[in-house]
Design a protein around this ligand. Structure first.
Ligand code: ASP
Length: 330
């Protein structure tokens, strides 16, 4: 499905779901899930289809889940028409495109960058932080100069189209601190989770964050435990949507802990969404979603509002964009 038609689909379904958590997908729970050795990759939103294809080139050739989740989301980061991931993303309110990303592997190693500017592939910088430093996260200028030292590709931001949109936004939003609404048009982080043929799980997450955010704002996406969490003994989860709400419950870690308690990935995502809802007096306009995979390869996802999709690929499932059946019961 093309991005534009996906938006139309999303808007149509969103209007039918008012303040009601929606199930988006669920596979039959196995009684005693064992370790999966059939590669599987899932990623958020319709841009996950192309990203999964790139990940599959790695997974289908017995490559590692870590390589797969890096290669996969690089496709989305390179897509200059994507206004929520990579250098084509929308800027902060001062016109700076600042990017956040993180990655985590089966050994619980992790790396992240936040508020990095002018670098084509923040996910690869995050991986370099994990593999080449003793740290987990680098931010801002420090992250950028590390990326330059490592020789990562740079680019000038904002790109023309983004600058034009931002100028128009500025005209219409003279009150500098007006809060932009998270909706289908201004968010779309890509989060990706993969299991490889060795049964190892890794994940990645990359975004330009909340459109027209305050300068310096960092959401959940580069925060291990919030935007992404992997425990190879249990499974992995990643998040999309309003990062501030996801951080408040350490969302992705919470999903993994629910799976540890024996819940199916979809149920685990639902429980995390319900916890977010329980921490807010008003969830009007608050969209958050999680996707998750467990060690046996079962997948699931759930969001506050309907209209959230994700893509899955395995050896016998080609390019499936999973949409939202209503009122799923467990
Ligand atoms: N979670 C991202 C953030 O808060 C944005 C999004 O997924 O829409 O930065």
């Amino acid at each position: 499905m093309k991005r534009r038609s996906f938006f139309k689909f999303s808007l149509a379904t969103a209007f039918t779901s008012i303040l009601k958590p929606q199930s988006i997908f669920g596979m039959q729970a196995l009684k005693n899930p064992g370790r999966n050795s059939n590669p599987v990759v899932i990623s958020t939103w319709s841009h996950g289809i192309e990203a999964n294809e790139a990940a599959w080139k790695v997974l289908g050739n017995s490559g590692s889940s870590l390589d797969a989740v890096e290669q996969g989301v690089k496709i989305t980061e390179s897509d200059l028409s994507n206004r929520s991931v990579g250098i084509g993303g929308r800027p902060d309110r001062t016109g700076h495109v600042t990017l956040d990303a993180c990655i985590m592997d089966e050994r619980s190693r992790c790396g992240a960058v936040a508020c990095i500017e002018g670098i084509l592939h923040p996910i690869s910088v995050a991986r370099a932080v994990m593999e080449r430093t003793q740290h987990v996260m680098l931010v801002g200028e420090g992250a950028r100069s590390f990326a330059l030292d490592c020789g990562f590709e740079t680019c000038k931001t904002p790109i023309k189209e983004v600058k034009k949109d931002w100028k128009e936004w500025k005209k219409e939003n003279k009150e500098a601190f007006e809060k932009p609404v998270i909706n289908h048009e201004n968010h779309d982080t890509i989060g990706m989770l993969a299991i490889d043929a060795q049964g190892n799980i890794s994940g990645s997450c990359t975004t330009s964050g909340w459109a027209y955010k305050l300068p310096g704002r960092v959401g959940d996406s580069p925060i291990i435990g919030a935007g992404l969490f992997i425990d190879n003994e249990v499974g992995g989860a990643c998040a999309t949507g309003m990062g501030e709400a996801i951080i408040r419950i350490a969302g992705s870690h919470t999903v993994v802990e629910f799976m540890r308690q024996g819940h199916h990935p979809e149920k685990a995502c639902k429980l995390a969404v319900e916890r977010i809802i329980s921490k807010h007096e008003d969830v009007q306009g608050l969209q958050c979603g999680f996707i998750a995979i467990d060690k046996s390869g079962q997948v699931g996802g759930y969001s506050v509002y309907n209209g959230f999709n994700y893509a899955m690929k395995s050896s016998d499932t080609e390019k499936i964009l999973i949409d939202a059946p209503f009122d799923r019961k467990w």
